[in-house]
Every structure is written in C-alpha cells, then in structure tokens.
Ligand binder design. Structure first.
Ligand SMILES: Nc1ncnc2c1ncn2[C@@H]1O[C@H](COP(=O)(O)OP(=O)(O)OP(=O)(O)O)[C@@H](O)[C@H]1O
Length: 765
C-alpha cells in the first residue's frame, strides 16, 4: 500500500539514515580530496626528479600514482554528483545462506563502509539490485558470477529525495501500482531524455540485463523506452565489464545529430562517458577516410512523400537492392575477383637470386593471411620479403664476392702475359665492384619495386568499376535480379557517379568493401554497438557493421510501425535474427510509458491501418483529455488559436510544445505564419540543430521520430496524410510524440485519416 508521506511510520528513521549517508559521503570526499592532494604532491615530486632516461622503476611508480589519482578524482566527482541523492530505493533481503536480513539502499553509486566493508549504498547495476527490479516480495533469488543466491524479500521501498531532503517514502507490494512510475510519467519533459533508474520496469529490466555476451534485438512500441533502455544497457555493460573495456570501445549509432544532442544529457548521469556517439553516415565517412558528397539521406523519403518521382517503384527497388544481402553476395563474388588481381604473378628476385616463388606468395595471400583485409595482406607480404632479403643479404653478397674472387684467383694464378693478366684482373675487379653495387641497390629497391607492380586503387574505384559497368555487373548479378533491373541500376549509379555523389544506400557497400580490402582504423573498431531507430537500417548496413567490426555484440532497438524508411530498411526482424545476428535474442516491448491512454488509443487506431499485424500498444495507466480535432479556418485565425492553446499549455506547467507539419516545406510555412501572426517565437527544427527548450518547436513528421514533447499540435495546411503506408507511419510517429496532450488542426477529418477510425477516440470541436 502507498504509505502517506511524512506519516510513514519509518519516516524519521529514514531521514536519519539519509543524513548519515550524506555525512558519510562528505567524509569520504574530504578524505579522498586529501588523498588526491597527496597523490598530486607525489606525482609532482617524481616528475621533478625524473631524468629523460630515468629507470623504469620510477616511471612505474609515477604511473601507479597517476592511476590512483585518476581513480580518486573520478570517485570524488561521482560522490559529489550523487551526494544529494545517494539512493532512490531500499530492499530488505533475508539471505538463506547466512539467515541474516540485509537492508540494501540502491543508488547510482556504490559506497562501502571502509571499516566493516558493509555496503552503505549499492549500485543499481549490481547483481543484488536486480531484486529491486525483478523480484516480487517473497521468495526470490538473484545471480552473481554464475552463482544463485536465494532468500526472502520482505520490503521494496522507494524514496523521493529533493535537494538532499527526504520528501516521500513509498512501500511497494504486489497490489500497489508503481506510484513512482506514475509520478515520474506525469512530470513534464525538458526536451532531454532522462534517466529512469528508479522506475525501470520488469520487462525493461530483462532487456537491460539480458546476457551481455549476446546480441539483442528489441521490437518496441513507440514510447516503450527503447532509447532509454538501450542507454541503460550500455551503462550496465560499462559497470559489469569496467575491467575489460574502455568506453572508447563502445559506440551509439543515432539517426542524426539532433538525436545525439537529445540523448547526450542522460549519458553522464548513467556513468556513460567518452563513448563514440555518431551517425552511420559519419561513421562510414571516418572509416573510408573521405568526406564524400552525399545526397541528403531524407531526399528520397521526401520525394516519396511528395509523389515527385517519375518511377517510385524503381527508386524503391534500387534502394532495397542496395540494402539487401543479395547485394552483399554479389560483392563477395566481386571481392574474390579483386583478390585475384592482387595476387603476385612473378617470382621475387634480387639480382638473379630467386628469393620467393610467386606461388608461395600467393599461398600466403590467399590462405595464410586470410584473416586480414587484402591490402594489409600485401603489407604483410612486403614485410615478409623485406625480412627475407635482410636474412639472405649476407649470403648473396658472399656468393657474388666469392664468384669474382674465384675468378681473381684464377687470373692471379695465370702464368701468361703479365700485361693481359693485369687487364683481366682489373676487369674482374671492376665487374666485382659493379656486381656488388648492383646488388646493394637491388637489396634496397627490390621489394618496393616488386610490390609496386601490384594494382593500387581506392574503395571508390572498385565500387564504381562494378556498379557503373553493366557488362561487369551483369556477370555477378545475372539471375539475382532481373536483367532490366540490372540495366536501371547501372544507369542510376552512373548518374550518381557523374555527379560525384553517393546516397546513404551506397554506404553499406562502401563500408563492407573498405573493411574487406583495406580494413578500418583501430580507434573505429569498437567492440560493442547500440543502434537506435534500427528499423531504418538495411540488412546490409547491419551486416557491413558486423563484418568490419568483427563482433556481433550489438544492441538493436527499433519499431517497425515507425519504419518510415522501410523502402530501404528492415521489414522483418526475423531476417536480421536468422541471417545476420544469429546469436541474438529477440524481445518485444508493448507498453508505452510516454503517452496517455487517450492519445495512445487514437494512435493505435492509426497504427492498425497499417495492416502489419502489429499488436496494439498498451499505455501505462495515465489519463489526459481526448485528442481534439479542430477544423482550419483562415491561417491567421488558426495561428492565433494555436498560440492561445500553447499559452494555456505553458500555464498548466508544460515545458515543451511542438507543432508538427507533415514535411519540411509545410513546416517552413508554419514557422512563417507564426512570425506573421503570433508573438510566440518558434524554432524551425533542422536536422543538425540543437533544440532550444525555451522555444516552441516546429518540426516535420519524419524528423520528429524519436523525440518527445509535453504537448503536440499536428497542423496540416496543404499537406495532408493519405491512406498509404508511408503516410500512415508518419502520422503514427507524429501522434506518439506527446506526453500529455495531442491536438490536430486540419482542413477536414480525412487530413489525419480520422474518417477511417472509430470516432469515439477523438474529440471534434
Ligand atoms: N520505466 C520508466 N520509468 C519512467 N519513464 C519511462 C520508463 N520507460 C520509459 N520512460 C519514459 O518514456 C518515454 C519514452 O521513452 P523512449 O524515448 O526511450 O521510448 P522509445 O521506445 O525510444 O520511443 P520512440 O520509439 O517513440 O522513439 C521517455 O520519456 C522515457 O523517459
């Protein structure tokens, strides 16, 4: 049962406990800071006493001090950060093994009593904390390092602590709804994703803590916490494997810079710092080391939305094909042939000494160094030859020397005309010198000249050679795609080539080929990857990432119902699981934590228009007024009505409001109307921009994907949503952005497909 605040029987005791913990943290901070000072002093002394070539011993001791210092600084930083809210929950666990009840306070750090080694606060990511998220009251167990620990959970308690003061205590049992969750969901958003450690739900916890040594694919409804959970899983990973991985070896791939900005604030809160946060496009550019010119990744989508393409089916075919595993197969065959062109054909000679046969070198290239990208194999061969030359150098010189020395001996021993003998000897001496000079020169240059004979091109050359040459492409693609498609495909690629441009769909192939032919730089070879909005990736994009990174340690989260790029993206998670990440587990999240029941009911109606057999999304019990539809009037009147509404939302305590138009073009119009007819300053959101939380945001439906706002107004001036897959998805995305309020402004009900759904879910004014 929910206990009354202040009136909770244990309130005073808990307030004392909080005061004690805060005091303890203070003491630890003070002690650590003096440690820090003494480490710094140590370090300074050692640096002063160091000669350039000082013994390794003092270097080692300096390093130890530096590490200790870094650790202390990190610890103090963390303690200071969480000092005012050291924990958010408590569990009481009677451990069968010891028959002792443990009272465990759970927070975002771990803190131990230095004397007794008893935990004062346990980290939410520690194994025992799993009981808080997972365990019901009663008989429970948790696992740590492969061992199972059983016991009895008698209490689960949550705290609301503000500015270091205990405000509320809630005890949770089976019959209680998670009040803290309710409370946290009813709060207003500040344009940034927040951490949810206190209210992680069981189904979410399962994903966060799912086997870290296996990839995981999550199909999650809009607002089910996919992004949040993916970040918490990273945090859990870092905690669990702190000893084995550096944060630089982890990467988050987000759809655009705007999104990276959106998630950026929550990461340090979760102890996730210094990890690589980038977009697929930027990552590939870094791998191929060239800032290639690209068509805008949304261009095609926008042309589809506007029905601008002459032959949209063909455009879809090309995008889909470039993202398919069939294209990967074609490239694999082509890569085999590229390898053949790189194989040495001539034996390797220095002067007339044969040092390595071509056959043996080919064997090395094809078999021995199979694990390496092609050009790295050539580098290896180069080193093998260089070593071999070095190894044989003496013998070769000796052979030449002895050859001429024998001749000299013969000449000297000759009893004939002394003049002729002199001439002969001088000629031999000249020849010897010449021979030795020649071999010296060859020793220096033979390897380089030999390697130079092998072709050297960049990845772009290889790619274009294949995709713009119809005859060559046909050789690989015949039977895989239709002949006429081969023709269109090559024409299309030729057209891009002439404009020296690439599109997003080319990047999977470029990345894959770069990895196979050249390899990618070490700092880009991360070991663990989180992909958000993964439904917009193609199969080949995922495959290329997995291949070049040589790991399948991926957390992949997405929602097919929001797959607005499905012409190039994933249509079925099973294919990902069966053909790419074969070790992956698959989970679904069906509850939406973002949106209220009334908003979700309407959005569900729209989602069902997709006929994709996706289950309806279950909202967490939270209410709002029904979404309202307003018929548009004059533009001036519309903007004035909308402005009044926005003012009222702010008055109600909402912090973020967005007006969503179907396309960028529509949004530009909306922003201009605000300028003309309203005092409200709006921010027309662009992809690479940060959201300024003081502004009302005007954003297009496709760019709004992944974001959330307290209140959302869908405004259709000229561009309405039609009864087709892409538009339904865009509408669904837009409707699932608000936390608390949804309003629709359009010329008629059908502008938002409301004529196709049960009218009970909408309030028509
Ligand atoms: N357990 C939870 N406790 C409190 N808030 C939660 C919880 N889970 C999710 N939320 C909140 O729900 C909202 C939606 O979360 P998030 O953006 O991660 O969902 P998503 O599945 O990525 O959504 P979308 O697919 O629409 O982008 C966020 O405001 C998040 O803080």
């Amino acid at each position: 049962m929910l206990s009354e605040e202040i009136g909770h029987p244990n309130f005073n005791e808990e307030a004392e406990r909080l005061a004690f913990t805060k005091k303890y943290i203070d003491i630890v901070i003070q002690a650590s800071e003096s440690d820090e000072a003494s480490f710094k002093e140590n370090l300074r002394e050692q640096l002063e006493g160091m000669e350039l070539n000082d013994s390794s011993l003092s270097y080692m001791s300096m390093l130890t001090n530096a590490n200790l210092l870094r650790r202390t600084i990190d610890e103090v930083k963390k303690l200071k950060k969480f000092a005012n809210k050291p924990y958010f929950a408590r569990i009481d666990f009677l451990r069968n093994e010891t028959n002792q009840e443990e009272r465990l306070y759970i927070g975002k750090l771990s803190l131990f009593d230095k004397e007794t080694q008893q935990p004062i606060v346990v980290d939410w990511r520690s194994p025992v904390a799993n009981l808080y998220y997972d365990g019901r009251l009663g008989d429970v167990s948790y696992e740590a390092e492969g061992e199972q620990y059983d016991g009895f959970l008698s209490l689960k308690r949550q705290y609301i602590i503000e500015d270091g003061d205990l405000k509320e205590i809630r005890d949770i049992d089976l019959t209680t709804n998670d009040e803290l969750l309710q409370l946290s969901l009813s709060e207003s958003s500040n344009n940034r994703l927040s951490e949810i450690v206190a209210t992680i739900q069981e189904e979410q916890n399962e994903i966060i803590r799912a086997d870290l040594n296996r990839p995981i694919i999550v199909q999650g409804a809009a607002g089910s916490g996919k992004t949040t959970i993916a970040l918490h899983r990273l945090s859990y990973f870092i905690y669990t494997y702190a000893e084995h991985f550096r944060p630089e070896q982890l990467m988050i791939l987000a759809p655009n810079r705007l999104f990276i900005d959106y998630i950026s604030e929550v990461l340090p809160e979760l102890g996730v710092e210094n990890i690589l946060q980038t977009t697929f496009i930027d990552y590939v550019k870094a791998c191929i080391k060239k800032n290639i010119k690209m068509t805008h990744p949304e261009d095609k989508l926008i042309s589809f939305i506007h029905h601008e393409l002459e032959n949209p089916e063909r455009a879809k075919m090309i995008s889909e094909f470039k993202g398919s595993l069939q294209f990967r197969d074609i490239l694999d065959n082509y890569l085999q042939d590229i390898l053949k062109t790189l194989l040495p054909k001539e034996d390797f000679y220095v002067a007339h000494f044969k040092l390595y046969s071509a056959k043996k070198l080919r064997y090395l290239m094809v078999h021995e160094y199979k694990y390496l990208p092609y050009y790295q194999r050539i580098d290896k061969i180069k080193r093998v030859l260089q070593n071999h030359v070095r190894f044989k150098k003496k013998a070769m010189i000796e052979k030449i020397t002895s050859f001429y020395d024998q001749k000299l001996d013969k000449g000297l021993a000759h009893k004939g005309d002394p003049e002729k003998r002199k001439q002969y000897i001088s000629k031999v001496l000249d020849k010897k010198q010449e021979g030795l000079a020649q071999i010296q020169k060859q020793l220096r240059t033979a390897v380089t000249s030999y390697i130079k004979q092998l072709p050297k091109h960049d990845v772009f050359y290889y790619y274009h050679q294949l995709v713009t040459n119809e005859a060559l492409f046909t050789r690989y693609a015949k039977g895989v795609i239709k002949d006429e498609d081969i023709h269109f495909f090559c024409q299309y690629q030729q057209h891009l080539y002439e404009k020296k441009t690439y599109e997003l769909e080319d990047l999977a192939a470029l990345l894959y080929m770069q990895g196979k032919i050249f390899g990618i730089d070490k700092e880009l070879r991360v070991k663990n990857v989180v992909i958000d909005e993964a439904q917009d990736y193609s199969y080949f994009q995922l495959e290329a990432l997995k291949t070049v990174l040589e790991t399948d340690m991926f957390t992949i989260v997405g929602d097919l119902a929001q797959g607005i790029h499905s012409y190039r993206g994933i249509k079925d998670w099973h294919i990902v699981q069966e053909q790419i990440f074969t070790r992956a587990s698959f989970k679904t999240l069906q509850k939406s934590y973002r949106t209220t029941i009334e908003i979700m009911q309407l959005a569900n109606q729209v989602q069902q228009l997709l006929n994709m057999n996706l289950p309806v999304v279950e909202p967490v019990v939270r209410h709002s007024p029904k979404p309202s539809f307003f018929m548009t009037n004059t533009k001036k009147n519309d903007i004035q009505t909308i402005s009044k509404m926005i003012a009222a939302f702010y008055k109600e305590g909402m912090k973020t409001v967005a007006v969503i138009g179907k396309t960028n073009k529509e949004c530009k119009k909306i922003a201009k109307l605000f300028q003309q007819y309203s005092d409200i300053h709006v921010q027309l959101l662009k992809e690479n921009e940060e959201i300024n939380s003081n502004n009302v945001v005007v954003v297009s439906s496709h760019l709004a994907k992944g974001l959330e706002f307290d209140a959302v107004i869908l405004y259709a001036i000229d561009e309405v949503y039609q009864m087709e897959e892409l538009d339904i998805k865009l509408l669904y995305v837009s409707m699932t952005r608000p936390l608390h309020r949804l309003i629709l402004f359009g010329p008629n009900l059908s502008a938002f497909l409301l004529d196709k759904i049960d009218p009970q879910y909408i309030h028509i004014t």
